[in-house]
Design a protein around this ligand. Sequence first.
Ligand SMILES: Cc1ncc(COP(=O)(O)O)c(C=O)c1O
Length: 408
Amino acid sequence: MTSTSVPDFPSDQDASGRQLGEEEIVALTSAIRSGTLTSTKGHFVKEFQSKFAQSIGAVFGYACSSGTGAIHAAVSAIDPSPGDEIVTSAITDMGAITPILYQTAIPVFADVDPITGNLTAETIERAISDRTKAIIVTHLFGYPADMPAICAVARQHGIPVIEDCAQAYGATIDGRHVGTFGDIGCFSLQQGKHITTGEGGIVTSNDEGLARRIRLFIDKAWGYGDPKPDHYFVALNGRMTELQGAVALAQFAKLDDSVHQRKAMAQKLTDAISGLPMLVAPYSDDQTVHSYWKYPLIVQPEIGGPVRVAEALRGFGINSAPRYIQKPAFECAVIRDQQTFGDSGFPFNLARPEAVDYAPERFEGTYSFLNDVLVLPWNERYTDEHVDYLAQQIAAVCSGVPHLDVAE
Ligand SMILES: Cc1ncc(COP(=O)(O)O)c(C=O)c1O
């Protein structure tokens, strides 16, 4: 028997796992003292937008009130007509899907890779029809989807790509940041992301026309600065405030460090556990760089699957989430029961039958991934002590070793 004590794991839900400090307080105080809390007049949001866009290699960046709002602005910029289709993943946050419905389009779910949980060029191609207006790709947990292959398919069909990078700050392919492969990149600044303003989002693009529509959508489509401004199309107020902008700017200065720490500690854990049988650790190399919003493991049924492993880890004081989301998005009431606008079923009532066919055999990768994935929380404040402890207990659980003696 080995005796060991459980380290305190930092949490991204409070100060223990967030890098919120003097820099944010100083910036916030300055915003408040200025008396200008709207981004239409202040400088914090503008500065955050341009610094962030530049950092990933995008020309335009527009901040907004949430990651959901970022996706909504992106979908609105594509401007689907009722019944048009947008290909996406059933393993993502619902905030990446409901904007499609609000913009009157049909989310058409493509299957995912059973190990990464990401869409692939092949699964996307199978879901494309002559009504496909866009593709939304989530880089799940911070692991980049294969954007060169996906963009090649999209280009072949003349379809724009929206990258959902809410979980993937700092993730790159061949040195290029996710969010810049497709036509639009969307990020979230929600509490648990790599950087946070509590709630918030930012949309990036290199396309001037799309960028203009994104900027307009975030601001009721009012043409500020135009010679004859008008409200050009249906749009909401999704502006970020200067209070958030001040915090965002201070957080942005810490982003590289946060990503660096997450990657370094994740690599250490992967090195320690990758020889274990019945377990697939997340993959990252110099070409395809994972940025570890979370640390997902694929757990084979032979060692009891993720539910049993999660239970055993809980016994060692380690939190983890089997399945990530409990069910694919198409099994949620909003989609399964078409809970949209009154009892109209709109826009699903316009859908081709195949576009809303959720037969399980069409989603083998999706179900396989959900059945096998175990998600460990991850944090830039994890130290060698946390990672060594995780490695030790994961090894014990996965090799069927009797419980270690854990002293609290
Ligand atoms: C992949 C993905 N897309 C979209 C969202 C929505 O972002 P928000 O919660 O900021 O609205 C999230 C947030 O959790 C997410 O993880």
